[in-house]
Structure formats: C-alpha cells, structure tokens
Design a protein around this ligand. Structure first.
Ligand SMILES: Cc1ncc(C[n+]2csc(CCOP(=O)(O)OP(=O)(O)O)c2C)c(N)n1
Ligand SMILES: [Mg+2]
Length: 553
C-alpha cells in the first residue's frame, strides 16, 4: 500500500498502541499534523514544547507505556531538549518526533534548521535522521523498541518535511512474539552466591531505585524483604516499589534521607541494591559508602555494575526473573537484633508535625491522610517541596510517584502531572510545585484547563527559591542572594485567568478544608499553601560527605 510518509508515521504509532501524543505544530511538522487529523490518536496541544516532552514523560512514568511528543524543527525541537534530558537521566521511554527542513535544504542554514540529532546525541538513548522515505516505517518501529527495551530511555526521530510528504510503501508490521528473558548460567551461579551472602548477613538492607519501578518488580522486592525481614530504603526514584506503610519500610535514603534509612545503610553489612545506579545523591562520599560491606547490585544495565560503587556480586538482566531465582534459593531467617536498632532509630526519628503553623511536612502528612486508599498519583517539581514530599507523603504503589530525579529539572512537575492524568484517567493526579518552579511552566494550567483535566495543583509557596536559600544558609554563611522572590504574584488570580478554581491556605484548618474540597471536585483545582520562607528540609547531609553526617539546621 502506498501512503504518505506522514500517514505511515501515524500508522506506526497506532501499531505501537499509541493513543495520545503531546505536541506543538510548526511548518516542517505540518504534514504529520495533517495526517493526525484523520486518526484516532489524540493530540494534546501544550503551551510549550518543554511541556509536551515532560507530559510525554509523565504519561510514560504513570502508565509504563511509551510517551510520545512531537515538535517542529528549530525552536520547537530545541524546546524539547530539557524534557528529553529529564527522561534520559531517569531512564523513561519517550519517543520524540521532530520535523526537519526538507532534505535539499539540510546543511544550508535554512529557516528553522537545527541539527537536533547532533544536539540530542548525549541525552537520548538513540536518535535518527530519516532521509530515505523507504526506511521511515521501520525506523519508527525500531525507535519504539529501543525506547522500551532493556534500560528504557528517550529516542528522537527527525523527519524532514519532504520525507513526510513523499509516498512510501507501507505494510503493517508482522506480529512478533516476545521471547522471555533467559538467565545465563553464569548469572545463575552468582545468584547462588548472592543468596549465600544474604543468608549469612547480620544486618542486610535493600535499596530500591527507579529500575525496580520500571521493571515492575515490586512484588518480588516485597517477597524478598518479607522472607528474611530485611529493612527497605528507597532512593528518590524508587518510591512506590515498596509500600510506604509496610513495617519494614524505613523511607527515603540519600542527601535528604530520613535518619532510620540512612543509618540502616551506614550500619548494614550487606546492601542489596535493586535498580539503583548509586548516584551521588544516594551515596554521598563514595569511598566510605560501601566500605566493609558486601554489595549485591541487581540492574538491567550491565554498565551500572561497578560504575559508582564496586559490587561484590553484580546481577544483570530482567529484575523480576533474577529476584524470582534469588527467592527460590533463600531459606527463611531474619535477625531480631538488627530489627531492634532500627526500631530505636524510628522512635527517635518520629516526625514532628504538630508545630502549630502550616509547614510542608504537615501538608504532606495531611495529603497522605486524606488520600489514603484512593487511587492517586503524585507528581512533583524540584526543590525543598520535592524533598519534603518524598519524605512525608506515603507512596504505596509503583508508578504513583513522578519526579525528576536525575536532571532535577524545575518546571517538570505540572506538565508531567497532566501527562500522567491523561494516561491514567481513573486516578487523581496531584501536582506539587514550588512557587519558583510553578512560575517556569505554570502556563501549562492552560492545557489542564483546556482539556478539563482534574489535576489538583498544590503550590508550596515559601515566596522564594527555598532550596537555594537553604544552601546559602548552610554553605554560604547566610549570604542570601537571588533566592527571595518579591511576593507580588497572587497565584489564585493567575489560576483564575485560566478559569481554574483556586484558594490560598495559610493555616492547618484552611489547608485541610481546601484539600478536601479539591478532592471532592471533579475539576482542575489549585491550592496555594503559604509557608514560612525560613523552613528548612531536614535531615540534610553534605553532598560528597557521609550520608549519616547530619547537618544541624
Ligand atoms: C531549571 C532549573 N534551574 C535551576 C535549578 C536549581 N534549583 C534547584 S531547587 C531551586 C529552587 C526551587 O524553588 P521553588 O520552585 O520555589 O521550590 P522550593 O525549593 O522553594 O520548594 C533551584 C533554583 C533547577 N533545579 N532547575
Ligand atoms: Mg519556593
């Protein structure tokens, strides 16, 4: 069958099961927009291409499916860059399709010509410039396969305008059967060694990371923890792959990790890392982090083993399969003494919410209480509010916690939330933003309002770049600069400009009431929570220092 390149792209999207794409039009991508018009694929017009990329990313994180974004050449494509980098750093499957100037104009500095494959080389898992229309369909299929296979990641396909308009021969892809992951013999023998090390451990701890979420290995993680009573800590990216309410869960570990979690990692004799790349935010000082411990590192990507922390036993491949074999080889056990010291840390740590005034920890505890048992997804921006949310929300299920961990991109939260809401209409998405980050991409409220998405946006308004203020307080002798924002924005009026209902809350009662009202409403809602600019995230440990070298703040 002969169809246009643009129609072939749409046919491939449908083949891949894509129901929604996020994008922004422009001259070189208009043939694709024209083809989309007649298709059942829903196009969501965002305010900015960065929003489209983050929305595709949020869609992917919430659903486990590949997120798709579309942009025109030149400024459209460059506006995608931050979004693709965020997806790349967190290993999220996204396919970006960009228009490019016609092949005859490539290299001539044509209007809106940018070498986007060159620019995104370092922030995509792979990218393509399709010059031959005959290769278009297979390239799209290949891009999806790359994005979702192994360690997932973003893939960009740059399609010149004339490739979209030329006729291509299109044949539907033959159905392929998924071959299950096989575990090579060598890995099996190492799984045996890992089982022995875990059985002999006095103080084992499991660290879950984003890879456990991507692999959807939460049931196996839980079975492993429960089999031997092993405490579990989570990286920022791993939240949700072990239920926060579980008695074995100690919470967030790393730079702003909770003391029971960080202490447990420091005191452990065996670390079982599942889908964590041991980023600097998790380890602090790498030299001392794993000293004297046995490290068992399970990851889909062999490149992660020994990269940041040397592993005694590295197990690479499909996590569910590896954990399944590991569980088979483990006997029962559990060390009561280790459990006792952990209990003690937990008692010492018990969060103090009852300060009398509205604080972010209180807000997140309140949100956790009001949403307990409800199908919700939490998407955050970047800054103090993100750390408070990670510490105090109770994330119970995988794919219900969406945050920019690796890139730490301010502006991520709101567009990622709207992508998640479109992916999971049966769940209520709660976007958590700082006042600084909200100013960056808050215009995406327009998208939320246009498509009537019931996202609840909670703006933690400390009238400044709180995380910057905190760093200047601790490391720059309180020489505050470029962190306090003049309190001239009334965010409720900003929301009202988009027709979105918004209220401000400055006390416990006001917030509890506002949140209950928002939850009961089927519409988009904004709550501006006013907290003190001086509030600091605690615990805090020095980046590059030990993760139990708590800073007194
Ligand atoms: C795009 C981008 N620019 C700068 C930073 C550095 N940065 C990290 S947190 C932060 C402050 C965030 O302020 P706000 O959104 O109000 O959140 P808060 O820390 O006050 O909760 C800044 C500037 C960043 N992470 N991303
Ligand atoms: Mg702020």
């Amino acid at each position: 069958m002969k169809i246009s390149g643009a129609r072939a792209i749409v046919a491939c999207l449908q083949e891949q099961g894509v129901d929604t794409v996020f994008g922004y039009p422009g001259g070189t991508i208009l043939p694709l927009y024209d083809a989309l018009c007649d298709s059942p694929v829903r196009h969501i017009l965002t305010v900015h291409e960065q929003g489209a990329a983050h929305a595709a990313d949020g869609y992917a994180r919430a659903s486990g499916r590949v997120g798709v974004c579309i942009a025109t050449s030149g400024p459209g494509a460059t506006n995608l860059v931050t979004g693709l980098a965020a997806a790349f750093m967190d290993s999220i499957p996204v396919v970006a399709i960009t228009g490019q100037v016609p092949t005859t104009l490539i290299g001539r500095d044509a209007f809106q010509e940018i070498d986007i494959t060159g620019m995104t080389m370092a922030i995509t898992k792979h990218n393509f410039l399709v010059k031959d229309p005959a290769k278009l369909a297979d390239t799209i299929r290949y891009a999806f396969r790359i994005a979702r296979s192994g360690r997932p990641g973003p893939v960009l396909i740059d399609v010149p305008r004339d490739v979209q308009t030329s006729d291509v021969f299109f044949e539907p892809a033959p159905a392929t059967e998924k071959v299950p992951w096989a575990i090579p013999g060598q890995v099996l023998s190492r799984i045996g060694a890992a089982a022995n090390a875990i059985s002999a451990a006095q103080r084992p701890v499991i660290i879950i990371g984003g890879g456990a979420v991507s692999a959807e290995a939460h049931e196996q993680v839980r079975a492993l923890a429960e089999k031997l009573n092993i405490p579990v800590v989570s990286t920022l990216m791993g939240l949700g792959s072990f239920p926060a309410s579980h008695p074995l869960f100690l919470g967030l570990t790393g730079l702003h990790g909770l003391k029971p979690a960080n202490n447990a990692v420091c005191e452990a004799d065996v670390i079982i890392a599942i889908g964590s790349r041991f980023s600097d935010r998790i380890t602090g000082d790498r030299a001392s982090y794993a000293a004297g411990k046995i490290v068992i590192h399970i990851d889909v990507d062999p490149a992660e083993i020994d990269k940041n922390v040397a592993a005694h036993i590295g197990l690479t491949g499909d996590m569910k399969t590896i954990l399944g074999f590991l569980l088979e080889r483990l006997g029962a056990g559990g060390d009561a003494a280790w459990g006792a010291s952990i209990k003690q840390w937990q008692l010492e740590h018990d969060a103090e919410y009852a300060t009398g005034h509205l604080t972010a920890p209180w807000i997140f505890n309140q949100i956790a209480e009001q949403t307990a048992g409800l199908p919700c997804i939490f998407a955050t921006d970047v800054g103090q509010h993100q750390m408070w949310a990670a510490q105090h929300l109770k994330i119970e299920k995988p794919r219900t916690w969406i945050t920019s961990g690796g890139l730490g991109a301010m502006g991520f939260g709101l567009p990622a939330a709207l992508g998640a809401q479109l992916a999971e209409p049966g769940k209520r998405v709660i976007a958590i933003a700082g006042d600084g980050g909200f100013k960056m991409t808050g215009a995406e409220l327009f998208t939320i309002a246009s498509y009537k998405l019931p996202v609840i946006t909670v703006i933690i308004n400390n009238r400044g770049l709180g995380m910057i203020r905190q760093l200047q307080q601790v490391f720059f002798d309180k020489r505050y600069t470029a962190c306090d924002l003049p309190p001239i924005v009334d965010f409720t009026l900003f929301a009202a400009a988009f027709g979105v209902h918004a209220v401000a809350a400055s006390s416990w009662q006001e917030f509890a009431q506002a949140f209950a009202t928002a939850l009961a409403s089927p519409n988009p809602e904004v709550i501006v929570a006013n907290i003190a600019p001086e509030d600091m995230v605690s615990p805090m440990t020095p980046s590059g220092g030990a993760i139990n070298a708590y800073i007194d703040i």
